[in-house]
Design a protein. Sequence first.
Length: 131
Amino acid sequence: MATFGLIEYSDASPEVRAVYDDIMATRKTDWVNNFWKALAHDPAALKRAWETAKQVMGAGALDPLTKEMIYVAVSMSNQCDYCVASHIAGARSKGMTDEQLKELIAVVGFANANNRIVAGYQVEIDERFKP
């Protein structure tokens, strides 16, 4: 259960409803997911997070599928089950296949294992890797 519960559209303030409406319009959907409903207890944080999401996850040098897959990888590393599920769904909606997901999971596991080894050995950065 969410720490403060979830704010449904029918119970939302006009300020929160405006963000919910923008989420639904931008995503071309008829629902708002639980992340936003939980965050709605702090309307300023809700608005800020949604504006940042639109900016970061919107059009840019990286394609939408790549952005979703990066989000999945970071969420796996941070062990955020909600974010993993949400962004796997997002990546699948943008064309991610089961084979791509399996490969992504393998890369995340490999990178996390090697990161721990490097940290343990306190490996110095090669001069050639420095700008």
